[in-house]
Design a protein around this ligand. Sequence first.
Ligand code: AKG
Length: 311
Amino acid sequence: MKLVFSNEKTTAPRAAQAKAPQGAGGDGTVGKVLTSAQVDAYQRDGIHFPVDVVDRDEAATLLARFEATERAHGGRIPPRINQKPHLLYPWIAELVRHPRILDAVEDVIGPDVLCWSAQFFSKNARDPSFVSWHQDGTYWGLSSPDVITAWVALTPSNLENGCMQVVPGTQVRQVEHVDTFAETNLLSRGQEIQVEVDPATVVPVVLKAGQMSLHHVLIVHGSEPNTADYRRIGFAIRYIPTHVRQLAGPRESATLVRGTDRHGHFDLEPPPESEMHPDAVARHAAIVDRQLAILYAGAAKPGKLGAGAAR
Ligand SMILES: O=C(O)CCC(=O)C(=O)O
């Protein structure tokens, strides 16, 4: 598995891989959900899947709730509402705290876990939307690569409907990106890596509804348009251990979802009082403003979530 680094410009020193917490891997034991071999494989490849989270019926309930949320916003969740929506909707607040997700995340990053961000990645049937090859950590400003995404499938996710695809092993270093602001790119800045991807190294992350994948903050990944007659909906939840800091901008907030925060690097976010409760809406607006100041630092254009984006 290798990237073609013909065009390579490395922008940061080689990133240290996340260290497996004691007892979760590398010492022959089994974690809460993952075996030590699976944790080792995640450390090596930057990806692990599939992990069963909920059964088919529960996945259908989550999808129904997602679609009801879309309807409540006139058919599409506005980009700013889609940023940290767990601060606005109790059902999403519950999802980011799902014990099965957190057990697997804890196996990789340890017992003290913050949810730093989350958003739905949604493609309708026959939707040209895509995600360019990128590394998540590029604009996140976080102090450590110990950042893991749980991508939870609310529908089946496969090659036909534009599943996520990854290049295992590429999480070992940060590479240069350019912002394209392409209209159908689902990423905030349409950012893409400035290196070629060898198609032979690409692995499609095929999931059933109710399963999730876990990916490293620096793994190269993306996805193609949806060519199927059915939707592809995933919920990407970004988790960090409490020792991680924001280096790039104003003090941020995050949700403590497991364990204890002994570091205090983030203001801790409360769950929403109820769906779109006015207090939650006001808190969320301020929190998203702070996060976007970091995500769009240095960008030439406002992008999908920037100034003027629907609230
Ligand atoms: O859902 C996709 O196709 C891409 C998701 C992604 O880029 C991410 O979760 O970081």
